[in-house]
Design a protein around this ligand. Structure first.
Ligand SMILES: C[S@@+](CC[C@H](N)C(=O)[O-])C[C@H]1O[C@@H](n2cnc3c(N)ncnc32)[C@H](O)[C@@H]1O
Length: 650
């Protein structure tokens, strides 16, 4: 084995002079023989990116190395590149077969455990009170009182006189008879007579509420339910009241009633639990979908998006911007295009676009570029001089909202985190070998940014209220923007994640101002699975290239502009970013998806546009696809299980 080390050293030194696909391929081969599969895969991916027509050997090696590492998605992509380079190559075919069997075996093992348990979206959605709900609750109670005259009243006690009691009982009996015969109007009259005589009779009041409901008189029904003292209100009364409050769009009070129904039924009333979540998504997502032909609802698969009206093929269904984003880790891309860490704008430079040909430009062309290429002078964080932005505005906003918590100039432990991220999760060892410190497809900085945002807003709330440490309520309020994202995962945290977990623990021990954020295992896993389940790749569609092209269009044409225009024909390389989008994250998966997601400019910042692929009818669920739908069905199913932890019907 040791004989291959000098070879690795030789290729490493050659590669330090120039990135050459043949040298990379040979080094990948050496790594494979040394059983250093991480380094082998890294080199193989770079060969594929550099020379996709002649990458067959590396594609096979990369596929085999990734399979050994159980990085099935990487293995699939390597083999797919192999198929493109040389269709039907026997090693690729056999590699794919092995991969398929492994994934299916994995799913059979883990899936059988999971299927027994079943997927129940309700298990992932709590009924916790949201911070700030007290105030909303009081407002809604006021609306009920002012608009609908619904309020608690002190009712006179039951009459002592047996004659009056008898009259009330007779009226109630007749009322009940009418009720069973469906004579609603007579039933109301008779129950009203009985209640006038015996106002504190809760059973009668419950019956009259039912009849009001049957007569579509929701307000009178709710008024009666309201008058039943809380201690005497049964689970079904709470549920019925909740339904009416939901119709009246008094959603915080509706949630309260559904919560009570759930508690009193000891969690057995599934309908009450689902209704609670429906009320919650209506209030959380209603404001986000006001301008779009869709709404968010709650189904057996959790949140889901439905068409509010008919949508035509090609129409935009909705757009969205990320609440947090980070870099996609793709080690095959040598030159990642820099982006603003705060708004994700592309910071593409003329050198990134024109590559080496830029140095051959004559002075006339160079002048044009210098004059009209937007001033994308990267602005760095004043303190760490490391994190980059497109403007001072973005830099200051980032500092205020999260960066001050993780800036390596203040937070020494964060240095390691930035270092690992700069190397896309790999640690360079002697002789160019690589050690995997993080195997996620996204930068762990994305998770750090979530925690930093939470810590920063908890600190703000703490300072506003003059406390020394944030209260439980303040932490809850600070975390609430991230509650919109499901965190579903039943696969154990792999070994590679423990390293980053330890780094994060160190980073958030000191959030500044004496505040500590304990990144315990639950918190770490929760955010990790939130990212895994919800991330969407996107890139800002308006780049410096587009602005340059536009500016050039305004200039008086000269020889130089024409020559330059010829060089501007190819699309600019995109940034490598993924984000968590509150509305987009509610899209469920179907292999027969009816929408397509594209990069989009949303109000001047990078986001996503979701377009209808075909006509969609009012009431239909909107589905995207999470996977490559060209894969065979059984494999798609296994893939979804492996990557997203859910099983779709066979
Ligand atoms: C981006 S979220 C989609 C919205 C999600 N239903 C929610 O409540 O937040 C992805 C998660 O939704 C669930 N999901 C999506 N499509 C599904 C499907 N076809 N069958 C079962 N679960 C699905 C899985 O739990 C997956 O991890």
């Amino acid at each position: 084995m040791a004989t291959t080390s000098p070879a690795i050293n030789l290729y490493t030194s050659l590669l330090s002079e120039s990135e050459d696909a043949a040298h990379l391929a040979m080094r990948a081969d050496c790594y494979f023989k040394l059983e250093d599969y991480a380094s082998c895969l890294d080199d193989a991916k770079r060969v594929i990116a550099l020379d996709e027509d002649n990458c067959i050997t590396s594609a096979v090696l990369g596929g085999q190395a990734a399979t050994k590492l159980e990085k099935y998605e990487d293995a699939y992509h390597c083999y797919k590149a192999g198929i493109k380079a040389q269709p039907g190559h026997p090693d690729v075919v056999s590699g794919l077969r092995t991969l398929k069997n492994l994934i299916l075996k994995d799913m059979d093992k883990k899936g059988s455990e999971c299927e027994e348990k079943g997927y129940n979206a309700l298990d992932f959605c709590s009924q916790e009170v949201y911070p700030g709900d007290d105030e909303l609750f009081t407002n809604e109670i006021e609306i009920l009182s002012k608009m609908y005259k619904i309020q608690a009243e002190t009712l006179s006690p039951s009459p002592k006189d047996p004659k009056i009691m008898e009259q009330a009982a007779n009226a109630a009996l007749s009322g009940h008879k009418c009720m069973t015969e469906g004579k609603w109007s007579d039933a109301v009259k008779l129950f009203s007579v009985a209640l006038d005589l015996d106002p504190s009779n809760h059973i009668l009041r419950r019956l009259r509420a039912e009849v009001h409901f049957m007569r579509d008189d929701a307000i009178s029904c709710l008024r009666d339910l309201w008058l039943i003292p809380k201690m005497s209100r049964m689970a079904d009364a709470w549920k019925l009241g909740g339904k009416i409050l939901w119709q009246l769009e008094l959603l915080v009070v509706a949630e309260f009633w559904f919560r009570k129904a759930t508690q009193l039924s000891q969690g057995k009333d599934q309908e009450a639990k689902v209704l609670f979540q429906k009320a919650r998504v209506t209030r959380l997502y209603g404001p986000l979908t006001l301008d779009f032909p869709v709404k968010v609802d709650f189904t057996e698969y959790g949140r889901a998006i439905f068409a509010k009206e008919n949508i035509k093929a090609g129409d935009m269904v909705f757009s969205d911007i990320p609440i947090v984003f980070g870099e996609v880790f793709d080690t095959s891309k040598k030159d990642n295009i820099p982006f603003c860490e705060h708004c994700a704008a592309s910071l593409l430079t003329p050198r990134d676009y024109f590559k080496s040909s830029f140095s051959t430009f004559d002075p006339g062309m160079r002048n044009l570029v210098e004059k009209y290429w937007p001033d994308s002078k990267t602005i760095f964080c004043k303190k760490c001089q490391y994190v980059r932005y497109c403007s001072e505005k973005c830099r200051d906003a980032s500092w205020d909202q999260y960066h001050h918590v993780i800036c390596p100039s203040r937070n020494k432990a964060a240095k390691k985190l930035f270092e690992v991220c700069a190397n896309l999760g790999l640690e360079e060892l002697e002789g160019g070998r690589k050690n995997i410190l993080w195997s996620g497809h996204f930068s762990p900085l994305l998770m750090a940014r979530i925690w930093a945002t939470i810590a920063s807003s908890a600190k703000k709330l703490m300072k506003e209220s003059g406390d020394n440490i944030p209260t439980k309520e303040q932490w809850a309020k600070a975390k609430s923007p991230f509650r919109k994202f499901i965190a579903y995962g039943n696969i154990g945290i792999q070994k590679e994640l423990t390293f980053i977990h330890d780094v994060m623990k160190g980073v958030f021990k000191d959030c500044g101002d004496g505040v500590t954020y304990d990144i315990d295992e639950r918190e770490f896993k929760g955010r990790y699975f939130q990212a895994v389940c919800n991330l969407q790749v996107f890139s800002s569609p308006i780049t410096p290239y587009h602005k340059f092209l536009e500016a050039l269009g305004e200039v008086e044409p000269t020889d130089e502009t024409f020559r330059l225009l010829k060089l501007l024909k190819h699309k600019p390389p995109s940034t490598n970013v993924c984000g968590m989008f509150p509305l987009h994250a509610c899209l469920n998966h179907s292999c027969l998806n009816n929408v397509e997601v594209t990069d989009g400019d949303v109000g001047g910042v990078g986001g996503v546009h979701v377009f209808a692929k075909r006509d969609i009818k009012e009431g239909e669920e909107i589905f995207t696809t999470y996977i490559d739908t060209s894969m065979p069905r059984k494999l798609r199913r296994a893939w979804l299980f492996k990557s997203f932890n859910f099983l779709v019907p066979v």
